[in-house]
Design a protein around this ligand. Structure first.
Ligand SMILES: [Zn+2]
Ligand SMILES: [Zn+2]
Length: 394
């Protein structure tokens, strides 16, 4: 049986659109002969399933790679266009994370998701980009206005930005005329511009039978009643055999050579996956003499201001400090103090305490909590001790 990579798949982390659970994808892919053992989720405008995907790839002993269905915003145009970005190496992971973080931190936000610009797309050097669904940058003009001229102009723009080796035409099996037209247009473009192509499920559920659940989540996401939505029947994950069967049955205009090409691409992509680890042992933040000094200065200043510079409090502070320095996490406390003070200075409500965080004199002195632990007899060991491997909970 010819295997393919499961490409362009959405989990429930494509919030109120996808239904499939990350672990169910991993389990299904592992047990299905039609797929290479690879979990590469591509959520809408977010990377929320990254860690869960990585962890499940380990659990089910399959390979892992990074992808995302990005939203693209072009100047003066209110529309958000889809494009699939994916790669099989660590550099690709790093560039996708970096560009997306830049979007998030510069406030490029659309309905809780990030969007990218054309300029950002041009920063990709180690990833593939494919033209995605009928919401794609080249595909919307075709689907909405039959504007093939604009579609080709945009395709040339993408070729210029991404390069012919990394830009791919994406074929899908959504059973409607718009997708048929896009597939036919892809056929013309791949010959005319000598472009590679991929075939994707754009799945939101795993099995055909599960398509019926999509309406339920979309009715919430799109703020409409279920009866206003059309039945969904094309959002399942497909093997090559399923693609071929549907292509024939529903006249999806995908030529045999495109399938062959995708089988070849899948083999190369899978065989060249570079494995990388998303769990890093490194502790949060810096740990050096400067940070230690800053921590001491700030805690001691807070204690003095609160009138706590007495033997009882000082000995408790020293005990706490020993453990905090033992775990090399004073920076974690300082950054937490930043969050709380920024919130307080901007009239954003902050709770007095969080869990066992109220058991620390250091937290109290830094203004992270508002409870005096000695007065209320609260044990620091409830909060943190030498045996605890996780970060303290505050
Ligand atoms: Zn899409
Ligand atoms: Zn999609």
């Amino acid at each position: 049986m010819n295997k393919i990579i499961p490409l362009h798949i959405h989990s429930e982390k494509s919030v109120l659109d996808g239904v499939a659970k990350v672990k169910d994808y991993a389990k299904h892919i592992k047990s299905n002969e039609g797929f290479y053992d690879l979990l590469m989720l591509s959520e809408h405008g977010n990377l929320l399933s990254l860690m869960e995907g990585f962890n499940n790839s380990k659990k089910y002993d399959i390979k892992f790679a990074t992808a995302m269905e990005i939203y693209l915003k072009v100047e003066d145009d209110k529309k958000m266009y889809h494009l699939l970005v994916f790669g099989n190496n660590y550099d690709s992971y790093k560039e996708i994370i970096k560009i997306n973080n830049n979007s998030v931190t510069s406030g490029q936000e659309y309905k809780g998701k990030s969007y990218w610009t054309l300029e950002q797309l041009g920063f990709l050097k180690h990833s593939y980009v494919s033209t995605a669904c009928i919401g794609g940058y080249t595909n919307i003009p075709i689907a909405k206005d039959s504007d093939f001229e604009l579609a080709e102009k945009r395709l040339l723009e993408l070729i210029e930005l991404i390069g012919k080796d990394s830009l791919m035409l994406e074929y899908q099996c959504y059973r409607d005329d718009q997708q048929r037209t896009i597939n036919s247009w892809n056929n013309k473009m791949r010959r005319k511009h000598n472009l590679k192509s991929v075939v994707s499920s754009d799945s939101h559920v795993i099995s055909k039978e599960d398509n019926k659940y999509i309406k339920a989540v979309r009715s919430i996401g799109w703020k409409t009643k279920i009866e206003n939505l059309e039945d969904e029947n094309s959002s399942h994950l497909r093997t090559l055999d399923m693609f071929k069967e549907e292509n024939k049955k529903y006249n999806m205009n995908i030529p045999e050579e495109v399938f062959d090409e995708f089988v070849e691409f899948s083999r190369n992509f899978y065989n060249n996956i570079e494995s990388y680890n998303l769990h890093h042992k490194q502790r949060f933040g810096r740990f050096n003499e400067d940070v230690k000094k800053e921590f001491e200065n700030k805690v001691e200043k807070g204690m003095k201001e609160k009138g706590l510079w007495t033997n009882e409090y000082i000995s408790r502070y020293k005990k706490e400090k020993d453990i905090i320095f033992y775990h090399k996490v004073p920076d974690y406390f300082l950054r937490m103090q930043d969050f709380v003070s920024i919130a307080k200075n901007n009239d954003i409500m902050v709770g007095a305490d969080r869990g066992s965080g109220n058991s620390s004199v250091c937290n109290y002195a830094l203004g992270i909590t508002e409870t005096d632990p000695i007065k209320h007899n609260l044990l620091f060991e409830r909060f943190y001790d030498k045996h605890r491997k996780e970060y303290p909970d505050m």
